[in-house]
Design a protein around this ligand. Structure first.
Ligand code: SDX
Length: 429
């Protein structure tokens, strides 16, 4: 039972006592839910110090570079697990038995096709549309196909929705790519793993057999694991907020995709690769480091810094190792982008500006190099992030409904006009 208290002294006339609630690990929270009735709001744009909910799914210790999914470290999961097993753990909070995992895997595999009518939706987009725009639109449109038989208050409906989204996101994502290059859609295959199936849908053509490289399959599966969930990040908070009104989950996931697209969030992998290509060679790095530090220059080192990690992002270390593996396999060891990235990381980590601000490479710093080496176009990088993060969005959406949800309705600090008389500009109404 929590009995720790916090006392808020306001001026010399008001004292408010608030409960301090413990956490299993990490930061305790001050329960401010009664503050509104005392006539005050907390003020925290960007939610740097605000816990928006209670969750059991993921824990991050930003100061010590720790990331746990249901208590299991990301390093162990990346090394010993598979993306679908991590999906099971995120959804159900425990490791599956062999039988349960076999059933889970079969269910995911058997829902990967989409309603054939959805293929017509793509025709409404220009071929050169950004794939994230198409993914957002088509995912939102899935709400039209799965609406009537969907009661968000029904646990079984929530579970079926989780399977549908987990299964169909790679299929829709690969279709976004195929549509952009004018190639026919490739249907999912039930004999392939989750990662292999996606690579096959991306790169196979009807003209010849496409064999998935097992090293790239393993690398992509690990990249999916590294992106699966990350606590209350911007896109997950978006899904929770949208879902808190009881909205259709497909529409909520589309909102999450929209938020992820931003270059400050999931769009950073695409932006980071563009930055490395713009830098081009190691000798140009100092110029860009100077720009990143210049307050008058909007340029930032993409793939660097993090709201929570004020030490190494544990995912970045695994990503760097995966980058080595993929470049070795593809005989691209002298990859100039990788050399620029390694040197940029070395220089930045020795620079007082980055050290003082605790700016380290994040999950997006190396992923673009790997994906480019795997011939994934940069416009598809955030799409792959969205595939992987779908399970995180769904796990949080499901947890929110499982626990009983209050509609998200933040307040504000109002600094606009006080009440004033209105005079219309038009002579006569
Ligand atoms: C992801 O939330 C998550 O968990 C996200 C994510 C996930 O898995 O869901 O981990 C995925 O989004 C990773 C982050 C990807 N974004 C980028 O790589 C874009 C570049 N990074 C920055 O835009 C920035 O670091 C953020 C957005 C990631 C974090 O920004 P914050 O926490 O709001 O930090 P801030 O802007 O207040 O910066 C603090 C200081 C500032 O300088 P001062 O005003 O104190 O002098 O650090 C500077 C910033 O200017 N700074 C940078 C920088 N990031 C922060 N300076 C140069 N380059 C950078 N990348």
């Amino acid at each position: 039972m929590d009995n720790k208290k916090a006392t808020l002294q306001i001026g010399n006339r008001k004292k408010i006592t608030l409960d301090v609630l413990s956490a299993t690990v990490g930061t305790e929270v001050i329960d401010v839910r009664t503050l509104g009735s005392e006539g005050y709001f907390t003020f925290d744009p960007g939610f740097t110090s605000t816990a928006s909910c209670e969750s059991k799914i993921t824990f991050i210790d930003g100061d010590n570079g720790i990331l746990l999914h249901r208590g299991f470290s990301i390093e162990e999961l990346a090394e010993k697990s598979t993306y679908l097993e991590v999906c099971y753990i995120l959804l159900y909070g425990k490791t599956p038995t062999k039988e349960a995992f076999a059933t889970f895997k079969t269910t995911v595999t058997r829902h990967s096709m989409i309603h054939d009518q959805i293929t017509h939706l793509f025709r409404g987009f220009r071929r050169d549309s950004h794939p994230m725009a198409v993914l957002c639109g088509v995912t939102g449109a899935l709400a039209a196909f799965y609406h009537d038989a969907l009661d968000v208050n029904n646990e079984r409906h929530r579970e079926i929705t989780a399977f549908r989204l987990l299964s169909k996101m790679p299929t829709v994502a690969a279709m976004c790519y195929k549509y952009s290059i004018g190639q026919p859609f490739v249907y999912p295959r039930n004999d392939l793993s989750y990662a292999a199936n996606f690579l096959h849908m991306m790169f196979a053509t009807p003209c010849e057999e496409y064999k998935v490289n097992p090293v790239l399959e393993k690398a992509l599966d690990r990249i999916f694991i590294l992106h699966a969930d990350h606590e209350q990040n911007a896109s997950t908070s978006t899904v929770r907020t949208a879902g808190s009104s009881g909205a259709n989950p497909f529409a909520c996931i589309a909102a999450g995709i929209a938020s992820l697209w931003g270059p400050a969030h999931g769009g950073a992998n695409e932006a980071c690769l563009k930055m490395l290509e713009e830098i081009g060679t190691v000798d140009k790095i100092p110029e860009y480091i100077t720009r990143a530090k210049d307050k008058d220059d909007p340029f930032r080192l993409m793939g660097f810094g993090h709201r929570v990690y004020k030490s190494n992002d544990p995912r970045a270390k695994v990503m760097r190792a995966t980058c080595h593996e993929v470049l070795d396999e593809l005989k691209m060891k002298d990859n100039s982008l990788f050399k620029v990235a390694l040197e940029l990381e070395r220089i930045a980590l020795e620079d007082p500006y980055f050290i003082e601000r605790k700016l380290y490479p994040n999950v997006d710093f190396y992923s673009g190099i790997i994906l480019k080496a795997m011939k994934v176009p940069s416009s598809m990088f955030t799409v792959l992030f969205a595939i992987a993060r779908t399970i995180g969005w769904i796990a949080h959406w499901k947890e929110m409904h499982d626990e009983g949800v209050k509609i998200a309705r933040p307040r504000q600090r109002y600094t606009g006009h006080e009440k004033r008389e209105f005079t219309s500009c038009s002579e006569s109404i």
